[in-house]
Design a protein around this ligand. Structure first.
Ligand code: HEM
Ligand code: HEM
Length: 203
């Protein structure tokens, strides 16, 4: 296969061969912060109220609000780059990967949004990083609180399952199919030349 000129260096924007620096920064920063959220809430589930759990719980709303802002940026960036991102494989595998990524985006937006709707309707006010963005509602807006209670935790755990599936599939690409899919999001882009999914195509 002839080397692709798009692969000589990592670009800040995405190309058909690999995700660029901005997408990679968003992907890995958000992966770390989401891991933090699940670690805290997982410990709370297992250990109950301990000083360690209180520490994690104390950061949850701030980190969650940050994640909400990052997903808005990420969606805008994905739309700007939609014509020059790595392509999906033809057939079922490619369709499944696209659907999985879309579901991740949806969950990434709905989970913090549901918590923010609940915070807006609550009688406690909401001040992430000490800055008041919602004042307390008197009386609380019951439908918003009910909606947030119904959606936030449930969809968050559903998203954890999706993420697990995502990581397992990256492992399958690496170990079984050996198509260097990980190179699109991390590491050495030259190995990505072996990946049939990274063929360029004319728009
Ligand atoms: C992507 C960002 C977020 C993730 C992954 C996440 C994840 C979670 C998880 C897994 C739980 C445990 C649910 C349970 O025990 O069944 C939880 C609870 C909670 N989260 Fe978040 N969260 C995020 C953003 C936020 C934001 C932005 C806020 C505040 C505005 C927030 C406020 C809360 C509160 C108050 C609880 C405890 C009540 C409940 O279980 O719903 N979270 N979150
Ligand atoms: C919270 C955890 C994670 C979330 C929410 C997430 C989400 C996503 C999404 C939405 C994409 C599509 C590209 C984009 O628009 O950014 C993607 C791509 C990718 N992710 Fe993740 N990811 C997570 C963790 C991981 C981890 C731990 C790995 C490594 C094992 C990984 C490896 C990849 C790779 C290799 C791609 C490119 C796949 C392709 O081009 O088909 N991700 N991820």
């Amino acid at each position: 296969m002839t080397p692709n000129p798009e692969m000589k260096s990592i670009r800040w924007r995405d190309t058909h061969v690999a995700y660029g620096t901005v997408t990679r920064c968003l992907h890995w920063t958000m992966a770390g912060l989401i891991g933090w959220q699940f670690l805290g809430m997982g410990l709370r589930l297992i250990l109950g109220r301990t000083p360690l759990v209180s520490f994690f719980v104390g950061t949850h709303q701030n980190v969650g609000t940050l994640l909400f802002l990052l997903i808005v940026l990420r969606i805008v960036w994905a739309l700007i780059n939609r014509r020059n991102r790595p392509t999906y494989a033809p057939g079922m595998a490619g369709r499944a990967a696209r659907a999985g990524h879309l579901m991740l985006y949806l969950a990434l937006a709905v989970v913090p949004a549901a918590a923010l709707v609940r915070a807006y309707g609550s009688d406690r006010g909401f001040s992430p990083f000490g800055v008041e963005i919602f004042s307390a509602q008197q009386p609380p807006l019951a439908w918003m609180v009910t909606l947030g209670n119904a959606l936030h935790g449930e969809i968050a755990w559903g998203m954890a399952v999706l993420i697990l599936g995502h990581v397992v599939m990256v492992g399958v690409h690496q170990r079984m199919w050996r198509d260097a899919t990980l190179d699109r999001m991390a590491g050495n882009r030259l190995r990505g030349a072996a990946n049939p999914q990274t063929e360029t195509h004319e728009e």
